[in-house]
Design a protein around this ligand. Structure first.
Ligand code: TYD
Ligand code: MG
Length: 458
């Protein structure tokens, strides 16, 4: 292969090519735009290697004439993981599993090896840990399958050789930032290395019809290896998220060629690895103080799943000068908007008050549907009035103080009822979305303005 590849420096601004690197592009004069790229000189080899083929090459086909091939999916033993993938790992697909360092990517991969290893062989290539470290972790996770091959290597070509020799059913690469191609002079983790290594793995996956799971660390900007260089190359992109200080983790799909991106999986990090959480709402509401002011439960959608979370507000007199506002798990600017609406439309004055808002459990409420519970928790704290424990509210607050309809209303209400909430305050326009049976199970109140919501809840 080496003979057909050559490394070139290409200006990312104007496309100027040179075998040498320049700090300033000689053609367009831009600084620091030259990046190393690999060129396959034999074009037909490049086309073959891209592996997208399938039918006769270069001939357009009728869609009805293309054969349907039943996709084979491997089940990981973690149903939450399978669900996010759209029902398991598809043969020949490339999955990128990304997340902050230490979030549990290596742990979850090693864990699924146990179930996968019952019937398939798995090759786990690691450039981060020694065989000894991997063995220790496997022991801790109870992974003792005979069918797990461990390869500690950073050269992708060596890894693909091993894949060709050992013919495993599934390949895992931990992590792409440690992998290198010897033709490239740039260091491991650089954009060029990451992109070209992934391309090689992708070709191997498509040629041999083996799924490859690639671990990618997210850097400070929240991107995978600098710009999102990998996302368009791979078939599926999974994000593994969580707060360092909390044990739960959320797995979500940002892109999936074989399923929906609306599913999420919830896990909890335990001593023996990750445990699936089938009832996340219950977990989020654990340890909720009874009858205390400044607390209200919100219901937000995480993908297709409604999740309940407690919102706490604390409103105190400002001691010095400017009042403080703090939001944890909720958008700071949105908090200021809600405070302004409460002041102007509701007559609740926060101008000489410090306002602290906290969402329990480390979950982030990005959805406007959380507005109403935020407003309720703030007013509850301001007035020292308790929102009863069995009351839940959701709805978007408009600038006129109106409560606007939100999506997935029935699902949210059902989840609230399932967790024992008796009084559910929803936007009035959403009442028509609620079925008769659901209406009969709890007291469901439709509200149009914030004042009505406060009257109903406090
Ligand atoms: P790891 O999978 O190494 O993270 P990543 O590969 O995403 O960088 O996870 C490491 C963290 O998980 C580490 O902080 C310790 C914790 N952990 C547990 O709490 N329990 C366990 O059983 C394992 C294996 C790890
Ligand atoms: Mg790791």
């Amino acid at each position: 292969m080496a003979s057909k590849m050559k490394s070139l420096y290409v200006c990312q601004n104007c496309g100027y090519e040179n075998p040498k690197w320049y700090g300033k592009c000689p053609q367009c004069g831009e600084w620091d735009t030259m990046q190393e790229e690999l060129r396959v000189t034999d074009r037909s080899a490049a086309a073959r290697a891209s592996g997208v083929g399938g039918g006769a090459r270069g001939v357009a086909q009728k869609i009805s004439e293309i054969e349907t091939v039943g996709e084979h999916r491997y089940h990981t033993g973690l149903s939450e993981f399978d669900r996010v993938l759209g029902g398991g790992i598809v043969k020949g697909s490339v999955v990128l599993l990304s997340g902050d360092p230490g979030i549990g990517k290596s742990t979850i991969l090693l864990q699924i090896c146990q179930t996968l290893g019952a019937e398939e062989t798995v090759l786990y290539a690691s450039g981060e840990e020694s065989p000894h470290q991997i063995k220790l972790r496997a022991d801790r996770l109870g992974v003792d399958t005979e069918n797990l091959l461990v390869l500690c290597e950073t050269d992708v070509e060596v890894i693909t050789e091993q894949v060709n020799a050992k013919k495993p059913d599934i390949v895992m690469i931990d992590s792409i930032q440690t992998m290198t191609l010897s033709e490239l002079s740039s260091s491991a983790g650089s954009i060029t290395q990451v992109r070209e290594c992934t391309n090689l793995l992708l070709r191997t996956a498509k040629q041999l019809d083996i799924p490859v799971i690639i671990v990618g660390h997210v850097n400070k900007d929240g991107n995978i290896a600098g710009p999102k260089v990998l996302e368009h190359i791979v078939d599926t992109v999974l994000y593994f998220e969580g707060e360092k200080n909390y044990s739960y983790r959320i797995l979500r799909a940002a892109k999936n060629r074989f399923g929906s991106t609306n599913e999420i999986g919830v896990f909890e990090m335990m001593d023996q690895g990750l445990r699936q959480v089938e009832n996340p709402s219950k977990m989020m509401l654990e340890g909720r103080p009874a009858n205390s002011s400044g607390s209200c439960v919100a219901c937000v959608m995480e993908g297709m799943r409604p999740i309940l979370a407690e919102v706490q507000g604390l409103v105190t007199n400002t001691s010095f000068g400017n009042p403080r506002r703090m939001a944890n798990g909720y958008d700071y600017n949105r908090l200021n908007v809600i405070l302004a609406v409460l002041e102007k439309r509701g007559g609740y004055y926060f101008s000489n008050m410090d306002v602290y808002l906290n969402v329990i459990g480390g979950i982030k409420l990005f959805e406007p549907a959380a507005d109403l519970s935020v407003a309720l928790s703030l007013v509850s704290s301001l007035k020292e009035a308790v929102v009863p424990d069995d009351v839940l509210a959701f709805g978007e607050i408009g600038l006129a103080g109106e409560i606007r309809a939100v999506g997935f209303c029935e699902q949210r209400v059902r989840e609230a009822i399932r967790l024992g909430f008796k009084k559910i305050i929803i936007p009035k326009d959403n009442l028509k979305n609620i079925s008769k049976e659901t209406m009969a199970e709890a007291e469901i109140i439709g509200v149009q303005y914030i004042a009505q919501a406060f009257h109903a809840a406090l």
